[in-house]
Write a protein that binds this ligand. Structure first.
Ligand code: NAD
Length: 478
């Protein structure tokens, strides 16, 4: 059985407690590896290594930082199959999807490797009096904490800009999906990343994650995960005046207007609703369809979703894999029960299923529910599973108000062929990202993140490079 160990000061080491946690394969429900059960002692050891390594890393030429980060990207690409298989076994997602995500993990490393060479700051000429310029220096040692839904994809999305900007990093992947970050640590050694520049500590959130957030020497925290965890992190980090970037939950609307290209909208909506078993923070869990096309779209969507194959995540024809953990599986099923109590009518799915050969795995049918009030809990709380609620609407003002009517503000999708309507609605939606006639079309230079309870700050491109640097104004009198 594989043992997932920590990566500290360039070495793969056990947790100092010598204790381990079980790691499950969600498609079989079986323990298949062990994870280091680390704590603040391991975080301290990582910090000692990081604080020594950081100044040298910051002073390494941008081109050399580029080279080593790009080498890591190349090594992920060389081992794409190995990484994708590991992600699938660990997370439950279909293998073809894991492959796409591993490509993106490599792309994250390469994108920010090039950012290391391109990042520049501003200069301001103050009339005849002075020249001001801004130094953007590395913060020092920073903490990156990532979730289980897109494990290596989101892990690299954080550590890559942190490293590119010259910081040393202490990173904590989710205890539900530690495998690919463990493989990643081996690649870092092979690529020649200097010792201590990146340290990866495995274990439980309230132990390792909290130790990172509480650590006096760690000056910035980049966190992606649930809103409740984000609030707890903020309450610890704020009085210590740490820089914070929080990417949190969502309850995203997907709005199909009456003039939409229905074929395209339905094809994409199947993914928007159910890709990765609905376990993507950007998935649209509230589908609103103009009443003029409601019945037609509903029937066609049901037919399209019925065709999705559920089962063996390693089978290329599988579209819906397993739910990441037993606890999350039970939470999602609990929400389906709640939806029924709230008066929802199950149009499709609504049950756990046991695919042949995977009877002990955690699988849930893709589920469509109609007839729910926009303010009920099912339509307000993040379910984060293969469950969507669908409703008709008549008026643009009405649907904008409903779409904006949750505590979250991560991403919205709209479908219309009317350019003016698209621009007007996009302006009024209170979401960090608005997709028009597409979904999850990403350009890594754009600001990524949410409004309201979906987060604080933005990732991506220069936003991430700015987050991981401290701006300093130098004013020189003429
Ligand atoms: P989570 O909040 O339970 O855990 C996220 C990470 O935080 C894990 O590594 C966990 O170990 C750690 N953690 C847990 N408790 C902690 C604590 N007290 N202190 C410090 N760290 C702690 O979230 P999850 O269940 O892993 O992920 C699902 C959530 O993530 C969903 O709400 C989803 O919407 C959100 N998410 C958001 C985005 C985004 O970009 N906005 C992207 C992906 C996922």
């Amino acid at each position: 059985m594989i043992t997932i160990q920590n990566y500290i000061n360039g070495e793969i080491v056990n947790a100092q407690s010598n204790e381990y946690l079980d790691n499950y394969n969600p498609s079989t429900g079986q323990v298949y590896s062990k994870i280091a059960n680390s704590d603040h002692v391991d975080v301290d050891a990582a910090f000692q290594a990081a604080i020594i390594a950081q100044p040298q890393w910051e002073n390494t030429s941008a081109e050399d930082r580029f080279r080593v980060m790009n080498k890591i990207a190349e090594l992920i690409e060389e081992r794409l199959d190995e990484f994708a298989k590991a992600e699938t076994l660990d997370q439950g997602k279909p293998y073809w999807l894991a492959k796409n995500e591993m490509r993106r993990a490599a792309q994250n490393m390469r994108f920010f490797a090039t950012a290391a060479m391109q990042f520049a700051s501003e200069s301001h000429a103050t009339e005849n009096k002075a020249i001001n310029y801004t130094l953007r220096q590395a913060i020092g040692v920073v903490g990156c904490i990532s979730p289980w839904n897109l494990p290596l994809y989101l892990f690299t999305w954080k550590i890559a800009p942190a490293l590119a900007a010259g910081n040393a990093v202490i990173a904590k992947p989710s205890e539900f999906t530690p495998m690919t970050s463990y493989l990643f640590s081996k690649i870092c050694i092979e690529a020649g990343l200097p010792n201590g520049v990146l340290n990866i500590i495995h274990g439980l959130g309230p132990k390792v994650g909290q130790a990172i957030v509480e650590h006096k020497g760690i000056k910035a925290i980049s966190f992606t995960g649930g809103t409740v965890t984000g609030a707890s992190i903020a309450s610890i980090a704020a009085p210590k005046f740490k820089k914070l970037s929080l990417e949190l939950g969502g309850k995203n609307p997907n709005i199909i207007f009456g003039d939409a290209d229905i074929d395209k909208a339905i094809k994409t909506t199947v993914n928007t609703s159910f890709m990765n078993q609905g376990e993507i923070c950007l998935c649209g869990s509230r589908l609103y369809i103009h009443s003029s096309i409601y019945e037609q779209v509903k029937e066609r969507l049901i037919e399209a979703v019925k065709a999705l194959k559920i089962g063996d995540p390693l089978d290329d024809s599988t579209r819906i894999g397993a739910i990441v953990s037993k606890q999350h599986f039970e939470k999602v099923l609990g929400y389906i029960e709640l939806a029924k109590q709230e008066g929802g009518k199950i149009l499709l799915g609504g049950e756990a299923i046991k695919p042949d050969g995977f009877e002990n795995g955690w699988f849930i049918q893709p589920t469509l529910i109609e007839g729910l009030d926009s303010m009920c809990r099912t339509n307000q709380e993040e379910i984060f599973g293969p469950v969507i609620s669908i409703s008709p609407f008549d008026y643009t003002d009405e649907i904008i108000e409903i779409a904006n009517g949750t505590e979250y503000g991560l991403a919205a999708t709209i479908w219309t062929e009317n350019l003016t309507l698209a621009h007007r609605v996009a302006q009024r939606l209170q979401f960090g990202i608005v997709w028009v006639n597409c979904w999850l079309l990403r350009d890594l230079r754009t600001p990524f993140g949410g409004m309201k309870n979906s987060g604080v700050g933005r990732e991506g491109g220069w936003e991430a490079m700015r987050f991981f640097t401290e701006p300093k104004n130098v004013c020189i009198a003429l």
